[in-house]
Design a protein around this ligand. Structure first.
Ligand code: TXA
Ligand code: MG
Length: 308
């Protein structure tokens, strides 16, 4: 399926498809998403089918403005306005008690809903045009790499969709930070490029470190993984295939940035380049063990985990 440019007639086409209950692939600043009308259980059911994803794994509802939040959320804490002011539209997802309007299938049976305002003009235009909240997981088949470019969308997943809107390469490159605000103390459930320190600067100190946090429903040790085995190493030698910090010395090595934001932006596309090469294994040089690398570390640990 040929991705469509994000121009007015294509925005309208995507919007009409969503209103009919069909699926479309949309760009966000983090990764491409597989979107459906979040209030339509049959449409949401099709997301699970297209991804091959277990249905107890909850989805994130995407809206385009704060005014829509009250449709999906039963109550929101006072800190939400400050967080929205600081980070939305952007790569932060919050978990809050859900309203009656959210079908069970969208939240995997939970009484809470994950919600965010993404930052990509094409997707915000689609949401404004159709007036829906969009359930939108990453547009990958279950366990695989999330696509950060329209040309990396799995052709089999594409067969379930009305269209793919091409919004260019994703600026952030890994999934949003998920912050649980549904219990007495806030907690990060999935690290992302908005760090705990940045969140603390807005809402004050909170809860335990991410490592101690319970696993998010529907999270697995192995995830975001290339189809070839991947392993973390101190250094990739000449002739070996993988992600390196120095100059690449062969076509099967990809030089990564020393800056965590630039590293994250290229991570999935680099792994997807390597998984299609004629190699047995992907070696990944360990990044620095520093707080600003936490979200990258999370994805690398999952990409290299050998069990679920
Ligand atoms: O950056 C992103 O968040 C991307 C783009 C497309 O927006 N979306 C994304 O969705 O990463 P997905 O479905 O691949 O991951 C969403 C995760 C779920 O695996 C689950 O762990 C968590 O969000 N989640 C969703 N609803 C939740 C809830 N009510 N409580 C706790 N965790 C929830
Ligand atoms: Mg995902």
């Amino acid at each position: 399926m040929r991705p469509l440019r994000p121009v007015e007639p294509n925005i309208r086409r995507a919007s009409n498809a969503l209103l009919r209950g069909d699926l479309v692939v949309l760009p966000t600043e983090t990764v491409y998403g597989l979107a459906a009308d979040a209030a339509n259980p049959e449409a949401v059911e099709r997301i699970y089918e297209a991804k091959g994803r277990p249905s107890e794994n909850p989805l994130i509802v995407h809206v385009s403005q704060m005014e829509s939040l009250s449709l999906w959320v039963a109550e929101s804490p006072r800190v939400l306005n400050a967080l929205a002011e600081a980070f939305w539209p952007g790569p932060l997802t919050v978990v809050l008690p859900k309203s009656h309007r959210v079908p069970k299938i969208t939240t995997g049976g939970l009484e809470t809903v994950a919600i965010r305002i993404p930052s990509h003009s094409a997707t915000l235009a689609v949401i404004d045009e159709c007036g829906l909240g969009l359930a939108m997981p990453s547009a990958n088949r279950f366990m695989g790499l999330s696509p950060t470019r329209a040309d990396r969308i799995d052709p089999e997943l594409a067969t379930f969709c009305d269209c793919i809107i091409d919004g260019g390469p994703c600026r952030v490159g890994i999934e949003s930070t998920i912050l649980d605000l549904s219990s007495s103390s806030p907690q990060i459930l999935r690290p992302g490029m908005i760090s705990a320190e940045e969140i603390q600067a807005v809402i004050g100190r909170f809860g335990a470190a991410t490592e101690a946090a319970p696993r998010v429903p529907g999270s697995y040790r192995r995830h975001y993984a290339p189809t070839k085995p991947a392993r973390l190493v101190d250094a990739v030698s000449a002739g070996e295939a993988g992600l390196v910090f120095r100059y690449a010395d062969s076509v099967n090595q990809i030089q990564m940035a020393n800056d965590p934001a630039m590293y994250a932006r290229k991570l999935y596309v680099s792994l997807s380049d390597l998984e299609s090469r004629d190699i047995d294994e992907i070696l990944i040089e360990r990044p620095p063990d520093e707080p600003e690398w936490q979200a990258v570390w999370d994805r690398l640990r999952k990409a290299t985990a050998t069990e679920l």
